[in-house]
Design a protein around this ligand. Sequence first.
Ligand code: PEP
Ligand code: MN
Length: 337
Amino acid sequence: MVIVMAKGATGENIAAVSRLLEHHSLKAHISQGSETTIIGVVGDKKRLADVNLEMLPGVEKVIPIMESYKLASKAFNPQGIVVNIDGAKIGGGHFAMMAGPCAVESEEQIVSTALAVKQSGAQFLRGGAYKPRTSPYAFQGMEDEGYRLMRLAGDEAGLKVVSEIISENNIETAAKYCDMFQVGARNMQNFRLLRELGRSKMPILLKRGNSSTISEWLDAAEYIMSEGNYNVVLCERGIRTFETATRNTLDISAIAVIKEKSSLPIIIDPSHAAGKASYIESLSLAAVAGGADGLIIEVHPDPMSAMSDAAQQLNFAVFDNLSTKVKKLVTVLDKQM
Ligand code: PEP
Ligand code: MN
């Protein structure tokens, strides 16, 4: 449930509600809007069976939340969450462009890509250091050296760095080099990892599992948020369907559903959805028009020689052309990129 405080509620009114919840072994998560304060209640509601919260001073109303996720729900944060990564904002009219190779392969590869995507208007450099691959024989990434090169390239180009984290044991090291962690589709339900990332307070890009429902995806976000980390950005990257013409099926409907059900920003990864470079532009423009808060696109200096995901990566010129179109559309929609 969420407790909506009246407009004139005092700090003491809010503190009294929090104390009462704690007394009943429930957690209070406070969301401070411009006019009203909303208190999200997490824990076993049955503990409040004999308490009439609406009688407390300063409480306007109590709204039950039927969904299993609470903090990720629209009701808890009706004004929407804007994730701010050292000044680079995502959500609330701020559109983020993330671009870079599937995997970091060398210093030259990542630095040249960083400079090119920055020139085309990206704010974030993507690139995998740890690659969770379907086959154990496929390239697994440069690991910690990859993180170091991401930071080097990001700093050289003036880009924020986003890279995948695959183990809770590596958070401290990875946090030295990254501005945002990606949780990949294969780890969306790695609950121990999600909890630890919640405790870390690092901004998280949470990809949707390729066979996960939107509700399961929001439950995964809730794991991170329930530990006090609200810096979560959702990423739709295609789901598994009967269709084989594309690598996955981009669930464009997810944008509308998330906008209605959740306060979290959502970005789209057309690269892993399509699996093919020639489909990226169409999916990207559809995502922007459909209200996405950003895009994450794979870009490589020489896609055909890439050590992973060669077929779907864009070269610099194609990305630049796409980025120009995205910028125009973003402007038409009164957003900032
Ligand atoms: C990636 O972004 O490189 C990646 C592996 O994505 P996903 O987890 O969506 O497959
Ligand atoms: Mn990839």
